[in-house]
Design a protein around this ligand. Structure first.
Ligand code: G3I
Length: 378
């Protein structure tokens, strides 16, 4: 009898556990953290039929935000650790010129948890060391700069082969000034920005994509930039992507998405995704965050008011409705947040150094904000 009861108990416990598991799977529960609104679902699971949910990470946040990262996302971007100045700080192209420590920490963490990795980035006007552009005491020649760029791209693609599925090959090559196309305050533009091959773009842009394509044809190649969803920069980005696509050198465009709770409107974003997708490339939102400050507002706040948090929830909700629609139409293949919780955001130092901002879905204590619920439940 006792044995029978014990068996019965075991059976009922197992049945209950299975039922809970099934419920969890049904509702996309991740770590099953509790909040006043109930269990906190995993966005990666909620959005499994739409697109991967990404976050920018670094080795420190993999520790400080570990639970949130593991429960919420299934795609990583290295916030800084694959950028030239960090990964290739010293002149030359032998192993001693590179430092893969931090990037490998991120990639190994990702691989051991089944998380995909976007590569960010090969060629950018920021975070590139000055040695790339000098030769002894003289400025480097165009040929030297382009050779170094090729070596850098080849080495990174070989190092991360099979581990990083796509790369932002060129980041932010377009100007913010509507009267000009190309960003001119870039050492890349200065040293290799001529259009010597009639490519309709600076040499370094086309050659970076061509180098990457030749080095690893299996990796998806992206152009990544901000404010390319409207205005002249949108038109310039469309032209660039069209030309690269005609040469078979590009697979996707990254719309960064450093926006605010006031801007842009959802139709603008929908139109941009439609327009890029119509060129036959993937579209991803690669660096999403919504500042609580209007563009140009340099004032400070002690804490976001409930009204601001509500506006933020509505803005995120509108955008994710567009993202879901576009994903279902086959036009959007990824959404990455530039961080995950408000305790770590680059906006705490931009545009005002040291000013706190609250742009993400989780608060500084890793609790879901109203914006999280607007994205997770619709
Ligand atoms: O690594 C040093 C550290 O040693 C030092 O103690 C510390 C003191 O300030 O600075 C650290 O470097 C900072 C680095 O982030 C790592 O935290 C740099 O000063 C700081 O400029 C750098 O900012 C990064 C920024 O790119 C560089 O312009 C941000 O974290 C990063 O979020 C941001 O990311 C960019 C994307 O790559 C491209 N799109 C725009 C986006 C936001 O600017």
């Amino acid at each position: 009898m006792r044995i029978h009861q014990a068996r019965l108990n075991k059976t009922s416990i197992a049945t209950a556990a299975l039922a809970l598991l099934a419920l969890g799977l049904l509702y996309g529960l991740g770590a099953c953290e509790k909040s006043p609104q109930g269990p906190v679902p995993s966005l990666a699971k909620v959005y499994a039929d739409y697109f991967p949910i990404g976050a920018a990470v670094d080795p420190q946040t993999l520790v400080s935000q570990r639970d949130l990262i593991l429960s919420q996302v299934n795609s990583f971007t290295a916030e800084n650790d694959m950028k030239w100045e960090n990964i290739h700080p010293r002149p030359g192209n032998d192993p001693s010129s590179y430092d893969f420590t931090a990037a490998d920490t991120i990639v190994n963490f990702a691989m051991s948890h089944g998380i995909r990795v976007r590569g960010h980035n090969f060629v950018w006007y920021q975070q590139v060391p000055s040695w790339v552009f000098v030769d002894g005491r003289s400025p480097a020649t165009r040929a030297e700069v382009l050779e170094r760029m090729k070596e850098h791209i080849d080495t990174l693609l070989a190092h991360f082969k099979g581990k990083v599925y796509c790369w932002d090959v060129v980041n932010e090559a377009l100007s913010d000034d509507p009267s000009e196309t190309w960003r001119t305050n870039s050492p890349w533009y200065y040293y290799a920005g001529a259009d010597t091959g009639h490519y309709g773009m600076p040499d370094y842009v086309e050659l970076a994509f061509a180098d990457a394509r030749a080095a690893d044809p299996s990796v998806k190649l992206f152009y990544n930039d901000y404010n390319i969803e409207s205005g002249a920069k949108f038109q310039h980005a469309l032209d660039l992507v069209r030309r690269l696509k005609a040469k078979g050198l590009i697979d996707g465009v990254g719309i960064q998405g450093h926006w605010s709770i006031y801007w842009p409107d959802a139709d603008t974003v929908r139109n941009a995704i439609d327009s890029f997708a119509a060129l036959g490339v993937q579209v991803q939102i690669t660096e999403l965050d919504l500042s609580v400050f209007r563009y140009g507002d340099l004032s400070t706040l002690q804490a976001p008011s409930p009204d601001l948090l509500q506006l933020q929830a509505e803005a995120y909700g509108r955008l994710f409705k567009v993202f879901r629609d576009e994903a279902k139409a086959g036009k959007l293949t990824g959404v990455t947040f530039w961080g995950i919780a408000d305790d770590h955001t680059w906006l705490d130092d931009f545009p005002v150094a040291g000013r706190k901002d609250w742009p993400l879905l989780f608060d500084v204590q890793h609790r879901p904000k109203p914006a999280f619920w607007a994205v997770a439940k619709w």
